[in-house]
Write a protein that binds this ligand. Structure first.
Ligand code: BF8
Length: 680
């Protein structure tokens, strides 16, 4: 480049106008609040994403900083690699070793986050079962009895006459709690819930030696293997990733979901609303943000106390409005209908409304900068978990303990109420909130498809076999400030349902769908292909089923297992006409989730980027070779339409392998015929 060209480029860069808020998010509420934050000169992630670009080598996954001789940076040359790839770090680590080690550490962190959440739930469950806390009780005894055998816990005892009697429920709960908690520290054997997978899947894992021994053990072993000079074979590293990821999806996360259901109730469909417009100017607004329902459940109860409502009125408010951000939002939505305030990228913007009297946070996906944004308003940021404090800004810490949970929750709610009269800036709440239906646990899907007396996945399978439903898409995951907020999620899902693919959703994707009106049965008529629209109308369900938080991706695994069990679509998850997607992923948890879906047999496509592109060898292993081992593989497609069509192509490939591709052609002809008839 000449000096003149370089100058011109620099000037062009300087003159480049910052994007308009509408170019940063397709969600109108978010765009309005980005504009508002800029007017008030309150910096948010949307500004920082413009000011700072990501490291090019980190994005490729080939920067190694696992020892103090580096970081060793191995960028992929623009022209690609010709011949043998001779790039090496100081110790000789190849690009594939480095990329695999970085990938493995993401799996470890993600699995640790979910599983540590699960451990906390198991501890509280056990405390409730042992009656050591009065604030939590065993609520869903049916689910307790259903899962007890998976932990080897008997639910009957032999009576004096040799007949079987029901065992005492408290005894069952204590034993389930003890056995569940033991899955974390177990050193040998198998994480028992892995056996819930369809038999051929479990047998495959056994043959490959990847059934996890204990949840903590597999995560620790990743950290050991990725230390300098240990595991320097990318295939061997991926094998350990598989153990840890299965320990997450079929272990820590699955146990968390089950025990939460037993403590707080298994979700069933209910109505609510989503987006920043659920905040109320004349109410005390408490936004609960994070992940663990142990906290949010107590806050829901505390906020309903007449004494709290009276205190709110005394302070000049009309009442107390609870809402949620991130996965906590999904938890309290699914069980109580508490509205969704927003997803990951909206957490700072909720505070910018000036209407949030307290944002109560626990763990995961909480941006440190909410504290700085809150300092520009009256909002109190209340941290509650000893594992997650915030040093920036003026946060306060009210530690939440399962033994004094309700008292802690009351203190938090009181603090928020007392903050209501201190609002100083003009309140601006965007008037955007959409209706939704959420709460589709796999048990609820069973009920909705088959009815009370014959609940079953058979009608779903029948509709897949006859072609009205082309297949199943699991579309989940985060927002990512490196791509237009919510655009990938919505474009992909609309494309899938337009092509008759029913969608199961969790996490921030579920919140996006709620905001966009895709979680209502009425949306089927507007957005679905004729086959899926017909089924949704007949059954009265939305084309996109909200199944919960990210930990609840285990519900999707169980739904897939139920579909296999219902018959007619093969013997394993890998045979199903199904595909997974995380269009706007960003967290390490997403990598762990992606890997347990892949190794459970699911073709899984990520959007935005995947930090493996710096090593073509490792990339090809994930994107191609894993399919021959697990029947599922990774992929990365940034363009949302292409992304959706790769999922559809995979679904069609599976339909063909099952011999049901012809049925779909017939159905489509029937529909076309019908339309022609109608037109005539
Ligand atoms: O666990 S989807 S941004 S909130 S990581 Fe985080 Fe991603 Fe949202 Fe829940 Ni999941």
């Amino acid at each position: 480049m000449t000096v003149e060209e370089a100058k011109r480029k620099l000037i062009a860069k300087k003159e480049k106008k910052p994007p308009k808020p509408e170019e940063l998010s397709i969600d109108p509420a978010t765009a309005k609040m980005i504009r508002r934050s800029q007017e008030l000169e309150v910096e948010t992630i949307f500004d920082r994403a413009q000011a700072m670009k990501p490291c090019n080598i980190g994005v490729q996954g080939t920067c190694c900083k696992n020892c103090a001789q580096g970081p060793c940076r191995l960028p992929l040359p623009k022209s690609g690699i010709e011949g043998k790839d001779t790039r090496k770090g100081l110790c000789g680590a190849t690009a594939e070793t480095i990329a695999a080690r970085n990938f493995a550490r993401m799996v470890a962190a993600g699995a640790a986050a979910h599983s540590d959440h699960g451990r906390g739930v198991a501890e509280t469950f056990l405390a409730a079962a042992r009656k050591e806390t009065k604030d939590y009780q065993i609520k869903d005894t049916n689910k307790l009895l259903e899962i007890a055998p998976d932990f080897g816990v008997e639910i009957t005892v032999e009576g004096k006459d040799g007949g079987l009697l029901d065992r005492d429920m408290d005894e069952i709960a204590v034993e389930v709690g003890e056995k569940a908690l033991a899955q974390w520290g177990q050193q040998q054997g198998e994480v028992c819930t892995s056996k819930r997978a369809p038999a051929p899947r479990y047998e495959l894992w056994k043959k490959l030696g990847v059934v996890p021994r204990g949840i903590d053990r597999e995560i620790v072993e990743i950290m050991h293997r990725t230390h300098i000079g240990v595991d320097q074979d990318y295939e061997n590293l991926v094998e350990q990733c598989t153990r840890a990821a299965i320990a997450d999806g079929w272990g820590g996360s699955m146990i968390a979901t089950d025990l939460q259901d037993i403590l707080f109730g298994c979700p069933y469909p209910l109505k609510s609303a989503a987006n920043l417009g659920v905040l109320k100017e004349d109410h005390v607004n408490i936004v609960i943000h994070g992940h663990e329902p142990l906290l949010s459940e107590m806050i829901v109860q505390a906020a309903e106390l007449p004494e709290m409502v009276a205190l709110a009125k005394e302070k000049g408010a009309k009442g107390i409005q609870l809402s949620g951000i991130c996965c906590t939002a999904n938890e309290i939505l699914m069980r109580h209908g508490v509205p969704l305030c927003g997803n990951f990228l909206q957490q700072e913007l909720a505070i910018v409304t000036g209407a949030v009297d307290a944002m109560v946070v626990d763990v995961q996906c909480i941006m440190e900068n909410i504290a700085n944004v809150a300092d520009c308003f009256h909002t109190k940021i209340i941290t509650t978990n000893p594992r997650a404090k915030i040093a920036s800004g003026n946060t306060m810490h009210i530690e939440f303990d399962e033994h004094s949970a309700f008292e802690d929750a009351k203190r938090i709610v009181r603090t928020a109420i007392e903050n209501f009269p201190k609002r100083e800036k003009e309140v601006m709440i965007p008037d955007n909130a959409s209706d939704l239906i959420a709460g589709f646990s796999y048990e609820a899907i069973n009920y909705h498809l088959g009815g009370t007396f014959r609940g079953s996945y058979t009608p779903l399978n029948d509709n897949i076999i006859n072609g009205r439903i082309r297949g199943i898409g699991g579309v989940v995951g985060c927002n990512n400030a490196r791509t237009t907020h919510d655009e990938g999620h919505i474009t992909i899902i609309k494309e899938l349902i337009k092509h008759d693919v029913i969608v199961l959703t969790t996490g921030c994707n579920a919140i996006t769908c709620g905001k966009a009106g895709l979680l209502t049965p009425e949306s089927a008529k507007v957005y679905c292909g004729p086959g899926l629209a017909e089924v949704c109308e007949a059954v009265g369900i939305p084309p996109v089923l909200h199944m919960g938080s990210c930990v609840d991706n285990s519900r999707i695994l169980m739904a897939a297992t139920e579909v296999v069990k219902a018959g007619g679509l093969g013997n394993d998850i890998s045979e199903l006409p199904a595909a997974g997607s995380a269009p706007e992923w960003m967290s390490e948890k997403a990598i762990s989730i992606g890997h347990y879906f892949v190794t459970s047999g699911v073709y899984t496509v990520f959007g935005v980027t995947l930090p493996v592109s710096g090593s073509p060898v490792f990339e090809s292993y994930l994107y191609k070779e894993l399919e021959s081992i697990y029947g599922g593989m990774w992929d990365m497609v940034a363009d949302p339409i292409e992304h959706a069509h790769k999922m559809i192509a995979h679904i069609d490939k599976k339909r063909k392998a099952l011999g049901i591709d012809k049925a779909r052609e017939r159905v489509l002809m029937d529909m076309a015929d019908r339309r022609e008839l109608e037109a005539a």
